[in-house]
Design a protein around this ligand. Sequence first.
Ligand code: F6P
Length: 461
Amino acid sequence: MYKNKEKEVVMMAHLSFDSSALKKFVHDNELGEMQAMVNAADSQLRNGTGAGADFRDWLHLPSEYDQEEFARIKAAAKKIQADSDFLVTIGIGGSYLGARMAIDFLHNSFYQAQTPEARKAPFVVFAGNSLSSSYLQDLITLIGDHDFSINVISKSGTTTEPSIAFRVFHELLVKKYGEEAANQRIYATTDRARGALKTEADANGWETFVIPDGVGGRYSVLTAVGLLPIAASGADIDQLMAGAAEAEKAYVDPDLSKNEAYQYAAYRNILYRKGYTTELLENYEPNMAMFAEWWKQLAGESEGKDQKGIYPSSANFTTDLHSLGQYIQEGLRNLMETVVKLDTPNHDLDVPGAANDLDGLGYLEGKSIDWVNTQAYKAVVAAHNAGGVPVMTVHIDEENEYTLGYMIYFFEVAMGISGYLNGINPFNQPGVEAYKTNMFGLLGKPGFEEVGDQLRAEMDD
Ligand SMILES: O=P(O)(O)OC[C@H]1O[C@](O)(CO)[C@@H](O)[C@@H]1O
């Protein structure tokens, strides 16, 4: 494995935030001048004096997680591993993205195509995150006669997409195993006491796990929402929580010279006020593409409200340098970039030699491919910087559970601070109801008839 001394230092830090490429965009005095505002945001977040204070329980999840529930999650994961080839994980938004990104991040890039023996765990598949009938049928076909279990995840228990998918897979499960045995294969992650799913689970004896009241969907990956599917996939959730717990300690001091998560929040705010209104989260590892999708919900639902907020987008490098790269270099100058850069890959290879040198790559013969990747990253930072795009970098040492837990907490705490810095409630999401109301109207849901009539009339116009 390729390592150097500099990387060893980074490894000890697990994660480090690098703002050195911002010099052209942010003066030296500006960060310090944010300190008073950051102190106020910190107080809102830590003391519950800000809007949305009831949804801050994610802050102490890593250190205070219910140990009885944690043990049950691990036991359920073991049972699923023993009796299932597939775990159908049903949920959407915060009830989906965390588990999905973590499983991609923590496993072989071709996890999905591995044999069960190589994977040493069931194939965790996802449903209920779209309304595509083809997707559902393709998944049914993939599962075929294999053994499977279901983890249905919904705080409300009435979200349309997962509810439909759950009906489909529940029916399939009962058909395959009979009602009683099917009930032993359903794991419901939902509200502690209320809601449709909790009621149904209790009535049927399904094992249930809790989405705590004070944790919103996008902050729930370190609850059973993420932990059960992640554990079932064979990943080490003890290490995931240990990394997050370390970050919980690391990002507690509001002093901007010490707290890198707060620095990130402050720099985003400084840049946003200068007109950099879109942020691209970028990676140089294909298995981090879903991490950006998780981050987009975290940032978008937390900050995009009251007609303001940074628009969260993403790009996957180096592939998107050959598509979005043109726009980033020369398009509308409202972009900022945050790169998640992996410093030590799980595997490294050398560029092979070739008898002839027709592709002109001879000069790279014997060089590590990760070294090439890192030079590409450095080259892109310099090019985008010159082109007028501020770039920040979050360096992570390795792709493992510990680092992922650490990074999850880094971004969560940064978004909380960032939201308060922008004068909004970072923990609600009132805007997501608008499409639901219209959809319910068009679908004819009882109580929404008037909306439906009005929409149909407008559409006929
Ligand atoms: O867990 P539920 O209630 O099904 O909600 C799923 C997702 O829907 C939202 O409420 C809004 O779309 C998200 O915040 C949440 O993560």
